[in-house]
Design a protein around this ligand. Sequence first.
Ligand SMILES: *Cc1c(COP(=O)(O)O)cnc(C)c1O
Length: 390
Amino acid sequence: MVTAQMPTYARADVTFERGEGCYLIDQDGKRYLDFGAGIAVCGLGHAHPGLIAALTEQAGALWHTSNLYQIPGQRRLAERLVEATFADTVFFTNSGAEAVECGLKLVRKYQSTNGHPERYRVITFDGSFHGRTLATIAAAAQDKLLDGFGPPVEGFDQVPFGDLAAVKASIGPETAAILIEPIQGEGGIRPTEPGFLGQLRALCDEHGLLLMLDEIQTGVGRTGRLFAHEWDNVDPDVMAIAKALGGGFPVGACLATEQAARGMIAGSHGSTFGGNPLAMAVGNAVLDVVLEPTFLDHVNKMANYLSQQLAGIVDRHPKIFSGARGKGLMVGLQCVVTNGEVVDRLRSNGLLSVPAGDNTVRLLPPMIITEAEIGVAVEALERAASELEQ
Ligand SMILES: *Cc1c(COP(=O)(O)O)cnc(C)c1O
């Protein structure tokens, strides 16, 4: 008989009761250092006092009104995101996939408003992940996402990750945009080569296409810049974000330039819940922390320390790990043994991680992680690797 929860997840047999900073505590009181952070969501760890205060204060005042009315917290969060990024305007959603959907609609609408309704196709990359809606699985075009769900949504042309010649070759009269993750997350922490985003930018400018980034996993400080594309000094036209933006409260956003969003007028798109007062209170509280002048310095410092330590682990355990890659606090350990075994063994040693494509284990610690906590994680990695070598 089917379980009451639709069995779409193979869940680990552990139940957490509480969170404290970078730790999760299970029903038996066992403490786990959380280097999964709810899949890069809990960027400020668990039970952050600023987030609790913002959420509970808003909860006592007003939860939801719908977007039929003014929402001051939403205007404020939008203005702050505009101020901090390339974007001129923001649409709020409840999830990453919805933020990508909004962006996909926006790029089509842009072309149509510009007199090119025939331009609706979007170039995407193999190994990518953009969510689980019908359009976003078509964008990622992976068999395991599409299998059994009928004809994929039309309008995506996929090319090998990082292959500029293939991108050029697939640009046609119907192309509207290029969509890419600056660092593939689910795909196994695969970074784009330095310069690649700039080359895509140039191609977009040359052909009248929009450059759309999926920074759902890389964004909001994770890589050591507010958004990963800042490392490349490249501005997109459109960007989907989510995950760490709400620190655990469901919220996403689609950011765009004024030009790119010119077709998005009253009635063109909507969401009942998107940008509601609770989500916006938490989003603003997240930005209060992440936009502090020293916050990203901390992320970069911890990232350097973590990457030095991981280099040592990889060196000492060549039968378990073949390398570490990524940027900032978004790290992938490439495994020699199966990544699932490593994740399980790390968990039994008190360290939570997330498996990803390309036989990788993702380490995505809360960005408030300390050197001492990284030390604890490294000891767990060391123990897990030694056990797996037995
Ligand atoms: C998590 C993720 C998504 C999907 O976000 P949901 O909130 O699960 O819909 C899309 N793109 C990337 C890069 C992600 O990491």
